[in-house]
Ligand binder design. Structure first.
Ligand SMILES: [Zn+2]
Length: 237
């Protein structure tokens, strides 16, 4: 059973296995972290426990990563590295925040002070200060708050118009979700055409639709980024 499973997952020839070993030797992976709420207080009414990290713990982790030799870069810079590097010995890390929660106002000033870039993946619908995903208590950045974030360390990408799984949307719905989000986000001075899948869920059809509409795809499955192979993988910090 076990051997069959391995064969089904990795049907590589010895040459391909050696190639992968060589790739790992020459390319240090880039760690791309996926975060949601980083703030002092956990609020069970508006946050999921698995989406929250205490501010102090986060700061300690960032400092620990720096002490381990990690340099924090933007997602766009990481994407360029993934596309172009043949050798990469430096350790790079990237911070991304999904959903555009209001709690970002607590962590972004510290990141700015530390000169650490951050990419925010936004659902355009919730920027009106009225719409919400599940409960009216959820707190998102408003349009004005988002558009006040003009630091060169910030990047703004897509998380869909609403927080819906791309896999559950038809081709037309997904295109509509992208177009509505582009309409609201593309005038942001720090806009980037990157799409982070909600829940990390996707399939070939959604990849094809978004890729053909100019998006670079961002997943969240804890994969390791050695080189660009169609999507950037993230892990939870
Ligand atoms: Zn999300």
């Amino acid at each position: 059973m076990y051997i069959t499973r391995i064969f089904m997952q990795r049907n590589d020839t010895i040459f391909q296995k050696l190639q992968r070993k060589w790739m790992k030797l020459r390319l240090q992976p880039i760690r791309v972290f996926c975060l949601h709420h980083v703030c002092q207080h956990f609020d069970s009414d508006t946050m999921y426990a698995c989406d929250w990290m205490a501010l102090d713990e986060f700061k300690q982790k960032i400092i620990a990563l720096r002490n381990q030799g990690y340099q924090f870069i933007s997602l766009t810079a990481a994407y360029e590295h993934l596309k172009k590097d043949y050798f990469r010995r430096k350790k790079y890390a990237v911070l991304t925040f999904d959903d555009g929660y209001k709690s970002l106002k607590e962590i972004l000033p510290w990141l700015e002070e530390q000169k650490i870039p951050a990419t925010l993946f936004i659902n355009g619908k919730y920027l009106d200060g009225k719409s919400y995903r599940e409960t009216p208590k959820e707190q998102y950045l408003t349009y004005d708050e988002l558009f006040a974030l003009t630091s060169p360390l910030i990047e703004i990408g897509h998380h869909g118009w609403e927080h819906k799984s791309a896999k559950k949307m038809s081709h037309e719905e997904l295109v509509d979700s992208l177009q509505k989000n582009i309409e609201i986000l593309s005038s942001h001075p720090r806009y980037i055409p990157l799409w982070a899948y909600t829940y990390g869920i996707h399939n070939q059809n959604s990849d094809f639709t978004l890729f053909n509409n100019g998006m670079t795809l961002v997943l969240v499955n804890g994969g390791r980024n050695y080189k660009w192979i169609g999507a950037i993988d993230r892990e939870l910090l």
